[in-house]
Structure formats: structure tokens, C-alpha cells
Design a protein around this ligand. Sequence first.
Ligand code: 13P
Length: 253
Amino acid sequence: MRKPFVAGNWKMNTDSHSAVDLAKALVSGAADVAGISVDVAVCPPFVYLQAVTSAISTANIAVGAQDIYFEQKGAFTGEISTSMLKDVGCAYALCGHSERRHVLGETDELINKKVTAAISGGILPILCVGELLEEREAKKTSEVVTRQIKEGLAGLSAEKLSAVTLAYEPVWAIGTGLTATPDQAQEVHALIRKLIGELYDSKSAEEIRILYGGSAKPDNAAELMGQEDVDGLLVGGASLKADDFVAIIQAAV
Ligand code: 13P
């Protein structure tokens, strides 16, 4: 049985006060289930990681970064390494979020280096994949997602894969209020799980968690997570409202 996993991606939102307030509200709202029946993580902006880690230190809520760099240290202006993330108590890092792919131009090759470096440095990567609207309309969803998974995981052994969580986030559903229907999500999640079985083995396919992301909200969370291959949610906008995020966490239980 795969344990459900709900992660909140705060993106470029909050400030030093509201980030801590939000973290504390999650502790009081979700401490009874977090880490017990559902894994929970929040991914604040880099500059608030440490404050959020301190605010949730009493709860079983993990903290993740929204990105990572693949080098360990040196002349890489503006970048953050796995050892820095570990140093401030981070457990997870998003890799290849669609906004980094499409706004900042990250390639599958770069994302693969990030996933690989995260695992080597003891950070659990959440590899995000998903098609653009025009790719879905051109019936290229399977082709795009297959390429992103194959290239994102290139060179990883089955043992290293066990550190990875996957997130399917159709770009057309992110921040748009358009959610993939449970059937649309399940179809792609099943395809991804089958692909993992082909690239690795049936045990890896059975064990890997695949989250859905894209306008997940309290009123669609249970139905999405009720799909056989949807193991949790990666939540953007609704993770900024404590009540909504807590309701989504409770829907996973
Ligand atoms: P929304 O939930 O705001 O659509 O964002 C999804 C997302 O990109 C999470 O990483």
C-alpha cells in the first residue's frame, strides 16, 4: 500500500510573517494525521525555509525546496545546493516544475542532473512532469510525459528511484481553475506507472508515488485521490490557505 502524500508548493508567495503563520496554522490543523496516515510537505520560497522549518519542528510535516542546483558549492551565483538544503532541515526538493521548464527554460537534461544530485545529497526529489495545452490537443500527452520521465530519471538505478516521488501536473490545469477530471488524471498516472514498470520492474512501479497537481482544491481532492494510481496531490494556490490545505490533507486520510 502506498501512503498518501500531500505537498504544498507555495511558489513565489508569502512573506516572513505570513509564511510562519501559515506553517503554524498547518501544525494545529494537521498534526494529528501528518506523518501518520498521510505524508505532508510544504515547499516555501528558499528565503523562508529556515523560519518554516523552525515553526513546524514539533509536527510531522516535512519541508521541501521548490528547486535545487546540481553542484555542491562554488561559483554558481544565485543557486542553492543539496547540502545547504539539508543544513536548514529540508527533506524534499521539487525538480522540473512546469514553471521552471516553461518560464525559466529548464531542459530534461538539467532536470535529470538535479534529480540525481538531490538523491546523492540525501534530498528526496519530487520530479514534476506534464504536457502543455497544445500538446494535449495534439494528442501528444503520452509522448511528452514519457520523454520527461525517461530523461528525468536517466541513469538512476531502481534503488535510487525509491527516493523519488513523481508529480503529474498538466500545464493547462496549473493556476487556471481547470482541473483534469479524475479519469484524465488516472489515465496519465496509469501510463506513468506502466512506464516505470517497463523502465525498472514491477516492484518499483507498485511502490513509486505519483501525485497529481493542477487546481487541486478541497472540493476535488477526495475524488482525485480516489483514483487507483493517484497517490496524493501537489497543491499550489490552495496550499496558501491553511483551512483549504488542511481540508485537502484530511481528504487523503
Ligand atoms: P495550482 O494548484 O495553483 O494549480 O498549482 C499547481 C502546481 O503547480 C503545484 O506545483
